[in-house]
Design a protein around this ligand. Structure first.
Ligand code: NDP
Length: 510
């Protein structure tokens, strides 16, 4: 289990500013059953205790599920445009408090303020989109095959949903799930990541202030193995929407399959940026710097592979290394910081393990590969931006998700080879091609096995009104964002109205 507290050893907690935070269950802020708690610390400075949070278990989940069904009675019957109005107010409140929430989020999970502001903005955009969806939630009509008969579909709220989210987008990713669920009329029971419970509490407070009826949202903070597993196993949870690692996701998917629950899985990535010799190299360098080292490489869409056409390989690598050397590591709340810390000690140890693996595999360490020096960085989980060259497609550093600031550079001769290398991994989330040739761009769009392809843009970044998700071991066919996510939280009912006044038999009387 990855805990920020587990790494503290006997260090005396020196709480600078800390509070005790509770679950939100059945309309009240309450302690976890038995009063169990866990600490949450700033990954840039482990002496900074953010707060003590409820460590929930099956009994808390049981109470939350039962309350959510009470909420279903009222919420599912409220007209969808009215439900949308609550989300509109939530969007307004997030807008008002954007800076304050971003500051707390950076303190909690480390990415620089510009990025946490973007995280909140994504939730704002999603709130407004979901609010307007309350006035759509379209059904369809189609002509009947019989006279004096009409057919159409309506959507019905599917039930109550368990929401399980990761720490790297503490508000944006939950908003992609929770806002659509709510506008569809479905209460939620939310288990946020153990590393970002503060952001979750703020998010719930805002929803309540926006006028969400109390039983419609339930927050159970704590660990995946306890609260998360209890949520997945609970027989009265209609379905699960999960974002996180592929390993945990497939396990949850299997359990949901056995229990007959719908499940939406958004999982890991090993995203590649392909740069062709005809590309604008300055633009491509900006793209890979942002894609590989933004959020310290801890994005599902992070660029962890750079695939370079041979003609430009050496020049591109030299220029990239020079730029990456200049990135400033530090506390994301200080201006001038480009790259924050990793989320916790386990994450840094995982990066260190992969750097050792890369060296053992024979890749050439061109940059980084170590913890940084510097007094101000000692108390955080920092790691230097790292670049490996001479990486072969079958090396583990080219195949496995490292989730840190480690970029593997691969060399290819042609577009075809580039696409083959890009597709040669188990994941399929995001991808990018930099080229000046429109034909190459469209061939790549058609042939790259990924849920997202950028042309002349980095692998990271998503807009709230477009579908988001991946193929292969990244997902199970669902999409978040945009319009498809509303299908997950609604059941389609087909309605036939026969006004012929006689018995008409489909397929027989046609
Ligand atoms: P994890 O899979 O470790 O955790 C995700 C969530 O699942 C957390 O809330 C976690 O709780 C919970 N969890 C863990 N075990 C269980 C269990 N047995 N039953 C129920 N819930 C459980 O992922 P991370 O939080 O480390 O996030 C990083 C991963 O998420 C990366 O692989 C990344 O690619 C992926 N990701 C994918 C995105 C996408 O849209 N495709 C977007 C963002 C991230 P706890 O915090 O206590 O461990």
């Amino acid at each position: 289990m990855k805990t920020k507290t587990a790494s503290m050893g006997n260090r005396k907690p020196e709480a600078r500013v800390s509070q005790t935070f509770k679950n939100f269950i059945a309309g009240e802020w309450v302690e976890a059953d038995g009063g169990t708690t866990f600490e949450n610390r700033n990954p840039a400075d482990r002496d900074d205790l953010i707060g003590v949070f409820a460590a929930s278990g099956p009994i808390d989940v049981e109470r939350a599920v039962s309350a959510a069904w009470k909420g279903f009675e009222e919420w599912s019957r409220m007209p969808a445009p009215k439900r949308g109005e609550v989300l509109k107010r939530a969007g307004d409140l997030l807008t008002e408090r954007k800076d304050e929430i971003a500051d707390g989020m950076t303190r909690e999970m480390g990415k620089p303020l510009a990025e946490t502001r973007g995280d909140v903005q994504e939730a704002i955009d999603t709130a407004y989109y979901a609010a307007s969806e309350g006035r759509r939630l379209f059904g369809r009509t189609a002509p009947s095959e019989l006279r004096h008969k009409m057919g159409f579909t309506i959507r019905r709220p599917a039930g109550i949903f368990g929401i399980v989210t990761p720490w790297n987008f503490p508000i944006a990713v939950p908003s992609w799930k929770i806002f659509p669920a709510l506008v569809c009329g479905c209460p939620v029971v939310w288990k946020p990541a153990q590393d970002t419970p503060w952001s979750a509490v703020r998010f719930v407070e805002i929803l309540l202030e926006a006028g969400l009826p109390e039983n419609v949202i339930q927050l159970v903070t704590g660990f995946g193995s306890d609260a998360g597993a209890a949520l997945v196993e609970h027989p009265d949870i209609t379905g699960i929407s999960f974002t996180g690692s592929t390993e945990v996701g497939w396990r949850i998917g299997a359990r949901c399959g056995e229990r007959g629950k719908p499940v939406s899985l958004e999982m890991g990535g090993k995203n590649a940026q392909l740069v062709m010799a005809d590309a604008d190299l300055d633009l491509a360098i900006e793209g890979v710097l942002w894609g590989a080292f933004g959020t310290t490489g801890q994005r599902c869409t992070a660029t962890s592979r750079l695939v370079l056409q041979s003609d430009i390989h050496d020049e591109f690598v030299d220029r990239l290394v020079a730029r990456a050397e200049g990135l400033v590591l530090g506390d994301g709340r200080k201006s001038g910081t480009d790259v924050g810390p990793l989320i916790n000690e386990d994450a840094r140890e995982k990066v260190e393990k992969y750097v050792r693996i890369g060296q053992e595999e024979g890749a050439h360490l061109r940059l980084g590969g170590a913890r940084p020096d510097g007094e101000k960085l000692e108390k955080g989980w920092f790691y230097r931006p790292t670049i490996f060259t001479g990486v072969a497609p079958d090396m583990r550093i080219a195949q496995e998700e490292i989730f840190g600031p480690v970029l593997s550079v691969l060399e290819v001769g042609s577009l075809d080879e580039g696409i083959e290398v890009m597709n040669g991994v188990r994941y399929g989330l995001s991808s990018s091609i930099y080229t000046g040739d429109v034909g190459s761009a469209f061939r790549a769009i058609e042939r790259i096995d990924a849920g997202i392809t950028y042309v002349n843009g980095p692998t990271i970044g998503a807009e709230a009104h477009f579908p988001f998700g991946g193929v292969k071991d990244t997902g199970n066919g669902h999409r978040e964002g945009g319009w498809p996510v509303y299908d997950f939280f609604t059941e389609t009912k087909t309605v036939y109205v026969d006004y012929s006044g006689k018995l008409q038999k489909a397929q027989i009387d046609t």
